[in-house]
Design a protein around this ligand. Structure first.
Ligand SMILES: [Zn+2]
Length: 144
């Protein structure tokens, strides 16, 4: 018997705290500020015939926690935003907004995300599509 389920998970262990700023239409840009983000995950699928769950929550926790840890306590910088440019200077990263020097951060405190803007929508899409480190390693091994 196949049974299709939709399971939504949002737990305290699926959180991260990060700084960011959003660019708006034209030349408007938010000031740098931070949030405590909470990641929610929806899993949909058939129930495993033997285990009777859609997905082992311990696996889900491990995957999402690893993704959140990558950007926890970081400044989220969006590399696909045409209004921003980045310059490395040793261990520092300079952020220019429309060519104007705007911020300087220690490189190790930054998470460079390949998205256009760090809106909640784009962060959710980034997290949903980003493979975990172990998935990237397994995928690479498959092609060797
Ligand atoms: Zn914000």
């Amino acid at each position: 018997m196949q049974s299709r389920f939709r399971v939504e998970v949002s737990k305290d262990y699926l959180v991260f705290a990060s700084a960011h700023f959003i660019t708006f239409r034209g030349h408007q840009c938010e000031s740098l500020h931070g949030h405590n983000y909470r990641v929610g995950v929806t899993v949909e699928g058939d129930v495993d015939a033997e285990c009777l769950f859609v997905l082992d929550f311990s696996v889900l926790k491990r995957i999402v926690r690893a993704l959140a840890d990558e950007i926890d306590h970081k400044v989220l910088l969006t590399t696909e935003n045409p209004k921003l440019a980045f310059r490395s200077d040793g261990e520092m990263l300079h952020v220019d907004y429309f060519g104007k020097p705007t911020y300087v951060f220690p490189r190790s405190d930054c998470a460079l995300l390949p998205i256009q803007n760090s809106t909640a929508e784009m962060l959710a899409q980034y997290l949903a599509l980003r493979p975990t480190r172990s998935q990237r390693t397994k995928r690479a091994r498959r092609w060797v």
